[in-house]
Design a protein around this ligand. Structure first.
Ligand SMILES: [Zn+2]
Length: 269
């Protein structure tokens, strides 16, 4: 399928890049990216991916918009308070670019539905606010051999890693182990977060997806990038695949069937 004149105009500033070109643009238009969470990371990633002309965005969120979301979750406006985040997001993304088909999943992702929901994705972006979901996305995507990126934010800093299961790159569990039980990590509601941090990290996640789909540049694989906006620093730390890793190691099991995701399994009941 050839690009229309309107598409050539719309995407002209990225088509002119030799790394993208008309061929790359068609690839994006034929790609499907799944986004877990339509909070602050998902807002920033979704806007730019829709704008870039990704053909299908599957958006997965069960939550409704609250007033305390609005300083950072830029897909949602004051009028959207109490609306489903998927509905609020779809309105904005449709209005931005009709080339991008929005598939709405108004549900929490759990071990019971994760494989079914993500199986057709070319890339998965994790943007939830909790570790059990990050672990579930890690394990599901490794099982399905789908490349993905996971980011997290708190206060003025954030971190991001990309995993390409086919290339056996270090996964989220290789780095953080099994930390879903008795998760004592601090959340943004307790510790606070400045809106620009997930804005930047969501852009980095979208950029990882685009590079992976187009097979260009370097991905954030086998490294974690730490972003600190108080210090203006972007530091990458090398990490290694653990061949004893429960998710991706040499004797790995299908964790989606067996692991404890801190109560996520019961969330759909
Ligand atoms: Zn691993």
């Amino acid at each position: 399928m050839d690009l229309t004149e309107e598409q050539i105009n719309r995407y002209s500033r990225q088509i002119v890049l030799k790394e993208v070109g008309g061929k790359g643009q068609k690839k994006l238009l034929n790609s499907k990216i799944s986004l877990i969470g339509l909070g602050a990371l998902g807002s920033s990633a979704a806007y730019y991916l829709a704008a870039a002309g990704v053909g299908t965005l599957q958006i997965i969120d069960f939550d409704t918009v609250e007033i305390s979301n609005l300083h950072r979750q830029i897909l949602h406006f004051t009028k959207d308070i109490d609306s489903k985040k998927t509905m609020s997001a779809t309105e904005k993304l449709n209005s931005l670019n009709n080339d991008c088909t929005i598939e709405i999943i108004n549900d929490r992702i759990t071990p019971k539905n994760s494989k079914e929901l993500l199986k057709d994705s070319d890339f998965v972006i994790e943007g939830s606010d909790n570790l059990p979901t990050k672990m579930l996305i890690n394990d599901t995507c490794i099982n399905l051999k789908i490349p993905f990126t996971i980011a997290g934010v708190l206060r003025f800093h954030g971190q991001i890693i990309t995993v390409v299961p086919e290339n056996k790159t270090s996964c989220y569990r290789c780095v953080f182990g099994d930390i879903t039980e008795g998760d004592s990590s601090m959340s943004c509601s307790q510790a606070g977060v400045i809106g620009f941090v997930p804005g930047v990290l969501g852009c980095l996640e979208a950029n990882e997806a685009l590079k992976c789909l187009l097979n260009i540049g370097d991905l954030l694989t086998n490294k974690i990038m730490y972003v600190d906006l108080l210090r203006n620093s972007f530091d990458s730390i090398e990490v290694h695949r653990d061949n004893k890793c429960m998710a991706c190691g040499d004797d790995a099991k299908d964790l989606v069937e067996e692991a404890n995701y801190g109560g996520l399994d019961a969330c759909n009941e």
